[in-house]
Design a protein around this ligand. Structure first.
Ligand code: GLU
Length: 427
């Protein structure tokens, strides 16, 4: 029997009947996605296949679902509805699980969906805004670098200049907080810029992609004109949290509520069912600031973790190889062993800013309590306050991308530039 990808078929095997949509399949096999969202694969010569609806007819009212989140008729619908007076959102896709499906050649999940595919797969989005899709990349976020951040930031700025009322960036979750921090330093925004991803690919019934994307769209048309991350707030499908791009961290490998604000409350929550947004902290409102783009990132910066007994000579590598700044993830209040202190001094003498952050993540650096801390300050280390180590690294890269002047860079690094340092009530 002839069938092609997207057809709706019935498969009979050993007296059991399966129905579903034909997925990309290996030669000699047929793989279908069933209504339950599960995929099933069969050897063609062992089953009886009946075509129920071909791809074209299914597009006009068939059943079944692409990626388990939509009925096939929406797959070919025009996602742009320019006649409607809905807010305009540009959705920029970079890759990651939210854009992933199983590659039937390798059996691995890989980023294959474009922004338009994501929009087509989640028809509810069309009720919220008029969307324009744009593909920035199709990569897993571990492959991002500072050039990727700048390209992304440039595209975001172009879309805002072209009239977008809000931006959604679909992104792999692993390094989403780095990209969100990078855009937070590079862009002063007049509209919401929302990062969203998913922990479970769209092929899986427990995928979080639809809820996260819908909540992200609610935030993109809201009053919160900041760079934020919107992801599941709990393991249930009840609400998403809105995290400031400089205060957020992925804190779990696989849970859907992996993202947490650290040293700050989330900016707010979005109710999945009602779309209601509740906010918990002050935020910059739509139109309060005008759009400014400040690109420039120095890639030669490193984040080094101190561990008991670690050889400080590791810092020599960076000092002797053209690195321009370091973030150290110290212990507790922000410590390294006394052996490391002369190496910190050496880096500072080489005009490399050295920022101290903490492996505790929660809490604030205070190097005034113990001897080692005081000696680190004397050696020229900068206390990272309550900034996350990753955010400190991105801040350092951005600051060194703005100035070659060491004193000026240190001065900028001590200040709160984009919500990364919360006010200290402890001193
Ligand atoms: N490691 C991949 C990435 O960060 C997949 C993880 C995800 O998107 O959740 O892009």
């Amino acid at each position: 029997m002839e069938f092609k990808q997207g057809d709706w078929v019935r498969i009979e095997k050993n007296g059991t009947v399966y129905e579903g949509k034909v997925m990309p399949s290996m030669e000699g096999y047929i793989t279908i996605k069933m209504k339950s969202g599960y995929n099933a694969g069969f050897s063609i010569d062992k089953v009886r296949i009946t075509l129920l609806e071909n791809n074209g007819e299914a597009a006009n009212g068939g059943n079944g679902g692409k990626n388990g989140v939509k009925e096939p008729e929406t797959a070919t619908e025009n996602i742009y509805e320019p006649g409607k007076k809905l807010p305009k959102i540009a959705i920029l896709s970079t890759g990651g699980t939210i854009a992933s499906k199983i590659d039937y050649r390798t059996g691995a999940v890989s980023s294959q969906f474009t922004a338009d595919d994501i929009l087509a797969a989640i028809p509810e989005l069309k009720k919220i805004a008029d969307f324009k899709g744009r593909v920035i990349s199709s990569i897993l976020s571990e492959n991002m670098d500072s050039d990727s951040w700048q390209n992304l930031a440039r595209a975001v700025v172009e879309e805002i200049e072209a009239g977008a009322d809000g931006i959604i960036i679909t992104h792999g979750t692993d390094t989403m907080m780095y990209s969100a921090a990078a855009l937070s330093f590079m862009i002063e925004t007049s509209v919401p810029i929302v990062f969203v991803g998913s922990q479970r690919s769209a092929d899986r019934p427990s995928s979080d992609n639809a809820m996260n994307a819908i909540c992200a769209a609610r935030v993109a048309i809201s009053e919160i004109a900041e760079i934020v991350v919107v992801m599941h707030g709990t393991t249930s499908d009840d609400f998403c949290e809105i995290h400031r791009g400089t205060k957020v961290r992925k804190m779990h490998t696989s849970r859907r509520d992996a993202f947490k604000s650290v040293n700050s409350l989330p900016v707010g929550t979005v109710d999945y069912r009602t779309g209601e947004i509740k906010t918990f902290v002050d935020y910059i409102r739509r139109g309060e600031k005008s759009l400014k783009f400040k690109p420039g990132m120095e890639p030669k910066c490193a984040l080094v973790k101190f561990t008991p007994g670690a050889d400080p000579a590791v810092l020599d590598y960076y000092i002797n190889n053209g690195y321009r700044g370091l973030v150290i993830e110290g212990t507790g209040l922000g410590h390294v062993s006394t052996k490391w202190i002369p190496f910190i001094r050496k880096a500072v003498d080489a005009k490399m800013p050295v920022i101290i952050t903490s492996q505790c993540l929660n809490g604030r650096i205070c190097d005034r309590v113990y001897d080692t801390g005081r000696d680190m300050l004397k050696a020229g280390a900068i206390e990272g306050e309550d900034t996350l180590p990753e955010t400190s690294l991105v801040k350092l890269m951005w600051v060194l991308g703005q100035t070659d002047d060491f004193e000026k860079a240190v001065d900028m690094l001590r200040k709160d530039l984009s919500g990364e340092i919360t006010e200290c009530t402890c001193r």
